[in-house]
Design a protein around this ligand. Structure first.
Ligand code: ASP
Length: 366
């Protein structure tokens, strides 16, 4: 195992409920991990830091008006999402697993900086999910006058509690931000400034919030079968993202690819999956793949897809057996690599599963 940023153990506190009456209203579990939404200014250092959850809920008395029962759970020490790691992923997944039968939907509050990574990974960890899991947060803390937190939180709860004919309208892991609901594993954080911080370049929004909350039913995942929820908690972090740039040195590439215990590489290529065709570079990649290390080709472009063999500069990559991530985001490609490596499957099956859509994370591109 590589050394990773470790987390302390996180005791969990329950401390908010908007109603004591056991009615037949939908039950929503709000999971607070940290992020700007609950941050306060430290006037000594002039920085924003994670605070506790109670002040969030005090700031939104409107939650009492929602037609659902809300319970909440919080990390005892909320984090800035820059400190997110695989242990926290497991914590989030376990909270959902332990409360899965008792709640109709889940809203997870995290910082936006790594929200696409976290929500993508949770989408893979939760197999046979049949209930809504909505990630949200905000660009401004909830206590600020111009905050975007209220709308994001209130609408996320509405989405998580939206049922039709006793079935959830959404039954997948999503990310809601600034009036749009996205499939989480299709998103990327694009702006540190705009309230519209996220984009899903290769898949349209699943719902839009205006005067009405409009769901695009044809775009949503529809769960089939009666399989029970399975939560995969074994994630492999022995991976690296290697971003190409003109002038990248072979010595540097070689040293990265020869890292001890390396199991997988996300190779961020140009355009439609293109890379230098220098034979020394191709040889390095080939030798790495022959050692049993998976190399995945993901485009650096925010939109569009890898098209292996479309240009001469990607045909070599195809020949040496690079894995085709098609139109997946880097965030989702990292998540899928951690998840599939964690399951421990043979190479052929690994490649076959990686190159097909498991949770709607890639389009059907030939
Ligand atoms: N640094 C913050 C975080 O990701 C930013 C945010 O919440 O939007 O935790």
């Amino acid at each position: 195992m590589f050394d990773t940023f470790t987390s302390q153990s996180i005791p969990i506190l329950f401390f908010y409920k908007n109603s004591d009456k056991m009615t037949r209203k939908r039950k929503i579990l709000l999971i607070y991990t940290g992020g700007t939404i609950g941050m306060v200014k430290d006037y000594k250092t002039n920085t924003l830091k994670a605070f506790d959850f109670s002040q969030i809920l005090d700031k939104i008395p409107e939650l009492n008006q929602l037609d659902c029962q809300i319970r909440s759970v919080s990390f005892e020490n909320p984090i800035d999402s820059s400190n997110m790691n695989t242990r926290y992923y497991v914590q989030i997944a376990e909270i959902i697993e332990n409360n899965y039968d008792d709640f109709d939907g889940f809203v997870v509050l995290t910082g936006s900086d790594t929200m696409s990574y976290t929500s993508s990974t949770i989408s893979f960890m939760l197999e046979h999910l049949k209930k809504p899991v909505i990630f949200t947060g905000s660009q401004l803390p909830i206590g600020y006058l111009r905050t975007d937190a209220k709308e994001n939180l209130i609408t996320s709860i509405e989405i998580a509690s939206a049922y039709k004919d006793d079935k959830p309208i959404v039954s997948e892991v999503c990310l809601y931000f600034e009036y749009k609901l996205y499939r989480a594993n299709r998103t990327t954080k694009l702006s540190a400034e705009q309230f519209e911080a996220f984009a899903s370049m290769n898949y349209p929004p699943l719902a839009e919030s205006g005067v009405h909350l409009n769901f695009h039913d044809d775009l949503l995942v529809s769960p089939t079968g009666n399989s029970q929820l399975i939560v995969r908690k074994n994630l492999c972090s022995d991976i690296v993202v290697l971003k190409l740039f003109p002038g990248i040195s072979l010595t540097f590439v070689s040293s990265v690819l020869n890292t001890k215990n390396l199991k997988g590489v996300i190779l961020e290529t140009y355009g439609a999956g293109n890379a230098p065709d220098d034979s020394r570079f191709i040889k390095l990649l080939k030798a790495t793949i022959e050692k049993g290390i998976h190399i995945v080709n993901v485009t650096q472009c925010a939109g569009g897809s890898v098209l292996l063999g479309h240009y001469e500069t990607s045909s070599q990559l195809k020949k040496i057996g690079i894995i085709d991530a098609k139109d997946m985001t880097t965030e989702s490609a990292v998540a899928k690599l951690m998840y599939l490596l964690g399951i421990g499957i043979q190479k052929e099956e690994f490649v076959m599963l990686y190159e097909q859509s498991l949770r709607g994370e890639m389009s059907n591109i030939k």
